[in-house]
Design a protein. Sequence first.
Length: 87
Amino acid sequence: ESKTWYRRYGVSDRAMPATYAEFEQYWDRMMNEVVVAHPSAKYGVGYVTKGFPKPKAVHPLVWRLAAPVFNPLAAFLTTGGLPPRAR
C-alpha cells in the first residue's frame, strides 16, 4: 500500500523494504542504532511533558481553564500515534 502512495507522489520506492518483516528489521535498527534525542526533539517533548505556554493573545484566566483540557489533547495528538519506544 505504501509503495502505491510513493508512486502516486513520484517518490522512488527503491529504498523501501520489500516485505513487512524487512520493514521490522529496518525499524528496529533505526530505533536501536540511528535515532537520537536531538535538541529540537527534546524541545518539543518539553511541551508534551510540561504543557504548552499561554499564548500571548489568551487571557491568563482563560488559559488556566483551557490548559487542563488543551495540554493532554495536544500531547496525545503529538505523540499518541507513535509506538512507545519512538515517543
